[in-house]
Design a protein around this ligand. Structure first.
Ligand SMILES: [Zn+2]
Ligand SMILES: [Zn+2]
Length: 132
């Protein structure tokens, strides 16, 4: 069981599942949505994601057809993304989760779009596009 919350604390949730490896996504959308070099995302079964507070704060932005990026409308924290094609999976932003985390980064994806100012310095698998 893992707990998480947004920056302002208005959105609180619990994940009742073993955490999958963290996917470091370097796509241009994630970079802008996080304001950073990449997003740190954990695929979580939707059934294992329990919103404890802040449903009224969650706002969805459709960044591309069939994909929503859900964030806290009070503090702006990205919370998760979801795809209409895979409604059973939420990609939760790892930075919201309470430490210590029982998972670690597993791979880099969309490295073909990575920020020119960032150097990947680890030996994790790298994929030009999405995860295979
Ligand atoms: Zn918030
Ligand atoms: Zn991305």
């Amino acid at each position: 069981m893992t707990n998480g919350h947004c920056l302002c604390g208005g959105v609180r949730f619990r994940i009742d599942a073993e955490l999958a490896p963290i996917q470091l996504c370097h796509c241009a959308q994630c970079r802008r949505a996080q304001g950073s070099a990449f997003a740190a995302n954990i695929p979580v079964p939707a059934a294992a994601f329990h919103l404890l507070a802040g449903e009224e704060l969650l706002t969805a932005y459709a960044s591309s057809p069939g994909k929503q990026r859900v964030f806290c409308s009070r503090c702006g924290s990205p919370v998760y993304s979801r795809r209409d094609a895979h409604p059973d999976v939420l990609r939760v932003r790892a930075g919201l989760l309470d430490e210590p985390l029982a998972t670690r980064p597993g791979l880099h994806i969309h490295v073909a779009s990575q920020a020119g100012w960032w150097t990947i310095a680890d030996a994790l698998p790298r994929h030009d596009a999405s995860a295979p």
